[in-house]
Design a protein. Sequence first.
Lengths: 498, 518
Amino acid sequence: MELTRMTAAELSAALATSEVSATEVTQAHLDRIAAVDDRVHAFLHIAADSALAQAADVDQRRATGEQLAPLAGVPVAVKDVFTTKNMPTTCGSRILDGWHPPYDATITRRLKQAGAIILGKTNMDEFAMGSSTENSAFGPSRNPWDLDKIPGGSSGGSAAAVAAYEAPLAIGTDTGGSIRQPAAVCGIVGTKPTYGGSSRYGVVAFASSLDTPGPFGRTVLDAALLHEAISGHDPMDSTSIDAPVPPVVAAAREADVSGMRIGVVTDLSGDGYQPGVLSRFAEAVELLESLGAKVTEVSCPHFKYALPAYYLIAPSECSSNLARFDAMRYGLRVGDDGTRDAEEVMALTREAGFGAEVKRRIILGAYALSSGYYDAYYGKAQQVRTLIIRDFDAAFGQVDVLVSPATPTTAFPLGERADDPMAMYLADLCTIPSDLAGNAAISVPCGLAAEDGLPVGLQVMAPALADDRLYRVAAAAEAAFAGRWGQPLLASAKGLGA
Amino acid sequence: MTTSTDTLVPFAEAVQRYEPLIGLETHVELGTRTKMFCGCLTTFGAEPNSQVCPVCLGLPGSLPVVNRMAIEHTIRIGLALNCSIATWCRFARKNYFYPDMPKNFQISQYDEPLCTDGWLDVRLDAIDHGESESGGTGAEGGSKRTVRVGIERVHLEEDTGKSLHVGGATGRIHGAEYSLVDYNRAGIPLVEIVTKPIEGTGADAPVAARAYVTELRDLLRSLGVSDVRMEEGSLRCDVNTSLAPRGSGRWGTRTETKNVNSLRSVERAVRFEIERQAAVLDSAGRVIQETRHFHEETGTTTPGRSKEEAQDYRYFPEPDLVPVAPPRDWVEQIKAALPETPSGRRARLQAEWDLSEADMTALQNAGALDLVAETVAAGASPADARKWWLGELSRRANDTGTELADLAITPAQVARIAELVSAGTLNDRLARQVIDAVLVGEGSPDEVVANRGLAVVSDEGALSAAIDEAIAANPDVVAKIRDGKVAAVGVLVGAVRRATGGKADAARVRELILQRLS
């Protein structure tokens, strides 16, 4: 079998028995990247040399009989928002031009320690602000299902890399849906773990109270393997939870929903939802019911305020988080010709270094936090956040998990919403509530929309620290769909040819 | 140097017409081994930018983690200042751009400080009026006034880096050719202690401000939370001053004076602002709400940033940190372990040593209180300890221009010298020689006595030869003594002591001579 078509679980097994070497696996993926990435543009930086060096190290350690972690020798693509030693980290922005972080993010370090091979850094909307990668300063990534469509965002590069078989696994971050939305529109699996379940140390912050690193994979089990490898308490992150990692891999293997109580969120449907998305979602719910789950309808009346609350909280935090990009210590510096003072150089650099969407959010956030406006905007949004948490609490009093479509529509054409921020923001309508509540959610493929033949994602949401339930439900659905479709959904993706 | 062109009203006149209102914001760098939010060391004076890491440099992706010891120190300060300790509070971000702020926001506390609503009793007579600029309390008649200063809040934040502006005349950022930033200081835990407005001190306002900072400094030092060195910037003070026409009850606009870097400057800054604001108000002018800079060389203040175009700091709860909720039993433990307060200790020692108020104040102003206490603890009597530190040792310190505490002699050594004197081994003159030798590093008092052979000669054999010699050499004096003019014995005693190199005990020599001649 072609190495790039194998799942991470299959690669892990083949590597463990030395059927294949990490060097062969890595080279195969680097070759695939060389063959298709000029069309997909999933990567901002391809780390061929260090990837092969890492692979050689894994092979050598395995040859000496060393016991290695499950992901040893398995390639992974890393969103360019995680700091990486000896590689650039741009966050999709000009303002970090030339910056090579002197330290690894906790997740980067954990991946390296597990022996996972870091293939490179993936494209993203600038500072993770966007739903299409069109806000990347380095040009958009493209959807492997249709190169004229968006791959979702902000972790669009990571999703596209996995969907294009450039990497079996990828890491992203989810702030308002930035893992689940691209996973859905690229027809792969993506998880937003419980906030605090995966470390933010070394993740360049967009909105601190929302940013959550998580995995992408082509299968539920693959996502679970990566989820487990990156999770767990990190003393470098105060908001990291000091609790055992939920048994996500075991849950993905069990794939059993019999007796589970599943709630359909009635508030996440209706106007603005593509009919083909809703019908695939309805089928998925029926499927779960046929597998023994007890399905009920649940109302979360405050979810309709989630989007506006999010667009106050996230920009507020970003206006402060992005203040450090001031040309004084690293990155771009504009206008330092000896005639200007520090303040002018800061202003010129920020003017030149940030894109339009980043500036929009910084201005929105600075406004929302201003004295005299704080209570009406940031303060009110935090109250809405509490109401949304209460909606979830009430719902999880009745059911074990909630389900909804992951996105209101399938992948839209590149350029279609680039000049319409409100339309762009709606892409995260279904995913934002879980970010605001800090609980766990996953998107798993549930078929193709009839009208455009593009993938639809089923979102499953679970209470904080019950991430294993996501994998139990998603894996059960995945297995049942596979039986129905006869082949993985991704086999239908024709954007790069057959 | 900035020269003030402000018109001033003489201080005595100013406080006759206006009632001053003062308030102080004191920043204290905590003496924790590591920084507020990372593991970097806090050692003062290290090579620039050698004590930094991604966290205190605010590098993208880095995150803060609270230093537990800094929280403990802050609670200790709050308890010592009689504050309530919050059961739950948060850090907040204070947003503004400045090159020495790595993140362009400072992690501080805003509407949820760790400690609130306390007080500190301050004795105005603790200030030595000889040194005081204002004359102060004497004029009001009361020599034992205590002012209870209300404490508004005590909160915890991180320090910024330190800018060095190179080129330009003022050393400030404007006009500088370029600036260098040292981030070693960035992230050092900083406690801010804010008083409530201090009313009713009248002409004593400058003295009260100074006495408060002095008392606070001593308290913080006794708590072991900071080395409180104003000259190294580990204790920094902003002084707020405003005036009300006497009897009007209408407080005027306040100014905030920064760069007040010594206790003396605290007093001078308040005094200057009273004189300046009185002149502005006298001429029907308007005091501008602004930050002013104090100038050590001239004792004046000049305007800085105007608060009327004040920045909006856009405070909001720090999302990278979880709330701080100190458990009650932890706070109780800290409270139980608080040391005696300096004022409590002073009262106790005064009673134990049986000293007058004036004696105690003199001791404190000489910086000798701790030294005397340690000397007493090492076995000397309080009277002896005071005598040596305030007498001989104070003279030595004055002569060499050093602080008493910096003399190269320990309280234990002083106690030993006092012991040798009361045992008769040394007389005062020899003791002074021993002190000199110890100060220049000749060793301990016992080593000096042994090496120099300085012990008093009380060996009767050695003395009697010298006495015989003196009697033989001075027949006329002997005759006078035998005629009943006993006072003349001094001549013989002097001769004997010269002959023994000063080591003979004068009283014993006199006794022996009189015995011989009777």
